[in-house]
Design a protein around this ligand. Sequence first.
Ligand code: RNT
Ligand code: ZN
Length: 420
Amino acid sequence: MTEAQITQAYELAKERYAELGVDADKAIEDLGQISISMHCWQGDDVSGFENPDAELVGGIMATGNYPGKARTPDELWSDLDKAYGLIPGTHRLNLHATYLDTDEKVKRNEIEPKHFKSWVDWSKQNGISLDFNPTCFSHPLAEDGFTLAHQDAGVRQFWIEHCIAARKVGASFGEAQGNPCFTNVWIPDGYKDMPVDRYSPRQRLKESLNAVFKEDLNPEHNLDAIESKLFGLGLESYTVGSHEFYMGYALKNDKVLCLDAGHFHPTETISDKLSALMLYIDTMLLHVSRGVRWDSDHVVTFTDDLQSIMQEIVRGGFTKRIRIGLDFFDASINRIAAWVIGTRNTQKALMMALLEPRETLQALENSGDYSSRLALLEEQKMLPFAAVWDYFCLKHGVPIGYEFMQDIKDYESTVLSFRS
Ligand code: RNT
Ligand code: ZN
């Protein structure tokens, strides 16, 4: 497709949308304002640089051995650069504590902003703001499946200190970039088999979190998020930090609640939760992901589920109060392709939601004309939204459609294939 053809197709699409009262130019402008927090860990199967050979432990797993994973900060930066170059718009990077860049051996509970200096430099150079996560897994003190809820006060203290240190790193990012870093606590804690005491570990987790969040940090620099889960691998029967646990904690303590789309029962979706939670919670973080059977972290595809999440964000007017993060890790395909496919899909779903004839649909609903509501909802699936998406990509100077795979293949043969 030539530029002229893409533009022509867009002009026709725009007219089609205008007939329904939808302003396609506005949708393009609005989508350009939404930054997705892309996760660093798709680039290296959640290995990090603290001890890249360490096993991934904590109820999560990256499967596959596609060649070319990033082994150093330089390689990860190069890969990220490639990925961001194929994704329209300006986005964020979500970093984990184990991605520190230093020659020293640093204990997790002693991480400091200086260990992430090169990331801040990278962030400034590229105009990409950072979010952050303490890493409460893949560590000898997390091997028995417990961290902040551990029975041993000493182990709990270690993880409390790590989370406190991580908040300070997050705040240093926020200060440097001039917008808040979301620092998200996720812990694996749980049991493989049925516990007798479900209460005490949750009491301990609550107390540990109180200790972690004791010091107030400037919310313009750091916002604390907490992420629930249903179960982990080898931790199937009980997760201390369940949805109810963190929902209660976030409501009571004014924290950002993080919902990971893969952390609920297979037929349970997070889209319906947003409009309920946003009545009581100021800000949310999402880990957009795709659950498949036991795995909660498949690459995000253009599913009904994804579309519903983005519709709810747009319909509710939540684009400023919900930070959209991604969380998937597939080691069986080109990792840059995984990033680009998942992030572009998330944006496509947002674009589709932004092009919805919202007012007309709302009016039909309010008048009780549910037949017309259903008819229009279904017909709009066939509207030329792809033409608007292509034009958006053109405007942002990134490849149109499947063309991005050619760039990725070139990068694979010139760069990735030399990593062994
Ligand atoms: C694990 C959680 C968590 C992690 C990342 C690496 O199930 O989803 O968000 O995926 O912290
Ligand atoms: Zn997650």
